[in-house]
Structures are given as structure tokens and as C-alpha cells.
Design a protein. Sequence first.
Length: 433
Amino acid sequence: MERCSSRLSNRSISRNSPRNSSANALVSPDQIRVVVRLRPFEGKSCVKSVQPDSIEIEGLNQPFTFDNVFGTNSTQEEVFNLAVKPSIEGVLQGYNGCVLAYGQTGAGKSHTMMGPSGSEHSSDKGVIPRMVEYLFDNLPNDHSVKVGFLEIYNEKVRDLLGDNQDLKVHDIAGGGGFYVKGLNEVSVACAEEVYQIMHKGDKNRSVAATNMNSRSSRSHSVFLVDVEGPKTRAKLVLVDLAGSEKVAKTGARGTLLEEAASINKSLSALGMVVNALSSESPQHVPFRDSKLTRILQDSLAGNSRTCLILHCSPSIVHTSETVSTLRFGTRAKEVKTLPRMNIQLKEISQADFETHRELNMFLETQRDFLIELTDRDRQRYVRQRSQIEALTVQLMSYESKAKKDESYITGKLWGLESRVAQLCGSNTDSGSD
């Protein structure tokens, strides 16, 4: 609490304040850490066996293997220590980190990430409060922390700490991650201040009741933590993904149905990105297909130590969803990131930062325009190619018909010529008589 008291006077709110330019100390490629957590359940289970690093599903021959598998009796502390603690340790050393909670709706993602409401001081607190607590317990005095909180709802980025409802995501030039223009960033001095901000943002999240979850998140939430010191700077991205849903099971109608479609679309885009990144052959990675994958681009394929927590229900009713989640995690295990220590080089002025940001936005706008233009050209090419193929088929049909007509006419002419020859022969015979 002393740390908090000493920093309260410096607390401020900023919107995309100037960043220090940085150099990156390269390290070897790192695979995404993938773990599984089963929610508590009583009843007929689809899970055949659980080992510390594998899980076997009834009816499938091969078990799924991961870095850790947490059974139904696992504790929040176990998940923190074994799965996500390395990420926050890396942040304190200057490495970017990311923790993603993935799985069907009602599988326990928000419980793992946040814990029950008001549980920050209990043993049931989630991994985010634990990471925040660990951060401030080990934060050097010459380091500062800022946090931001956003959600992606129906493909719109909304600031959960302010009134901005449709923010734009921009890439930082040189592969430096992303920033969200206009997003409130709050300077914090202790864990308690972070908890207050988390509660404020959580109240603004889009939730609704479905057949599978009485308080189903209708958006992906992203909690951002920036840690800056005199020599290093790191970003921690904490993501509670909305649950994948089967509309028939959730009973979605009207607005809920539209939300479910948007959720499934963005999760599908995430799946396509993971498929492309895990492929052995080089291929285009569709990061720009959704706001979610744009924000996660650096976490999935760039400068980050990333942990993916798969959440599954053991219920036999949800076997297909559980298998789908485990298969997604299996592909994600093959994805490699390039975590680098972010080393500060020099301060830049507000004017330089604004100029750099405006130039970056201009370049990104031009790139978006070129991508759109390329897409239009590609679509026009596809249409023209389809038309040419259709005309080619039509021409071949005409040629075939013409050949048949030619054969028919040739046959008729031959028959007529034969008939004329016969008639001429008959007339000659008659004349000689």
C-alpha cells in the first residue's frame, strides 16, 4: 500500500501518450504455451482420462497432449503458477506477454481470468488479479504502469473506461505491435487501483443470458498493461474471448443471434490465422480479417511470450465443442513467436510522436486502400475468369452442335446426291428404251 500511496499524486489519464522508441534484443523462437482447464462437473463425462500433460476423450484413439492439463479440481493458484506466471515474470524483464482464455460459452473462461466478483483478496481470485498483484510486489521503484480496457463487440472496438464506441486499431511501424487510437490509458500505482479500473470496465461489458450461460459475454475483452522502466518497456495483453457458440444450443434469437454470428465470425478468423501460422508451407496469414486478429497479431506471430488457456466442459453433451477446442489448441501449439527484450533508446517529443503517428496512420490508410483495390481487382478477375469460362463452355457447345449439324447436313447432301444420281440413271435408262 505504501507504493500505492507514494504514486497517487502522479496518477493521470492519457490518450496515446508518446512512446519511447526502442530496440529489440532478439532471442530464439518460442512456441505458444498451451494448457487445458476442465470446469467442475457432475454427470456423464466425455473425458476418459486426465494426465498432467494430456487428456483423452471417449471414442477417440489418441490423447491430446499439452504443456499442462488442469482437472476439475484444479485451483486458481495452480493455474497461475504453472501456466501464466512466466508471462508476468517476462514482462518485468522487458518481454511482451499475452494470456488468452479460449473455449465454448459457459466453460469457465471468465472465472479463470477474473475469478468471482469481488474475489481479489480471496484464494478464488483469477489469474489477472494474481498477475497484477505479482507485478506490483516485484515492480522496481523506477518503473511505471498504465492500463487500458477494451472490448470487441460486433467488430467494433469499444473503450470500457470511456465513451468511445468505435475505435480504430493501428499497427506500429516496424513490427512494433499495435495501438488503439483514442483508448484511455490510466496510470496506476498499486493493485487496488487496477482492481477499481477492472470493476469499472467489467460493468460496461456487453453480457446477456443464453440457454448455456446466465451471464454470457457477448464480446471479447482485452485488458492491456504497459510497464515502463528506464531501460525496458513491455506490454501485457490479457484476453477473455467470448465463447464459441452453437446457435441451436444457446437459443439465440434477434440481437443475440446477430451477436453470436459476430462472435463465431471473429473466432473463425482466429482459427484461420492459427491454421496459417501452424502450416508447414508458407501462406498468407489473414490477420486483417477481424479486429480480434489484428489486436492479437503480435501476440500470435510476433514479439510476445504467449499462453493459451483452453477451457472445456467434461459433459458428454458438449463432446463436439470440447473436441473442437482441443483441436484448436493442438494447432496453436505449432505456432512460434519471437519474444524480444524491448530496450529503450531515447525519449521522443510529443511533436515527434504525433508526426510519427500521423505518418504511420497515413501509410496504413494507403495500405488499406491498396489491399481493398487489390481485393476489388481480384474479385473482378474472378468474375471475368468465370465469364470467360462460361463463354468457353458455351462456345464448345456451339462447336459441338455445329459439328453435329455439319455431319447431319453432309449426310443429307450425300443422300440427295445419291438420289439425284439414281434419278439421272433412271432417266438415262428410260431414254435408251
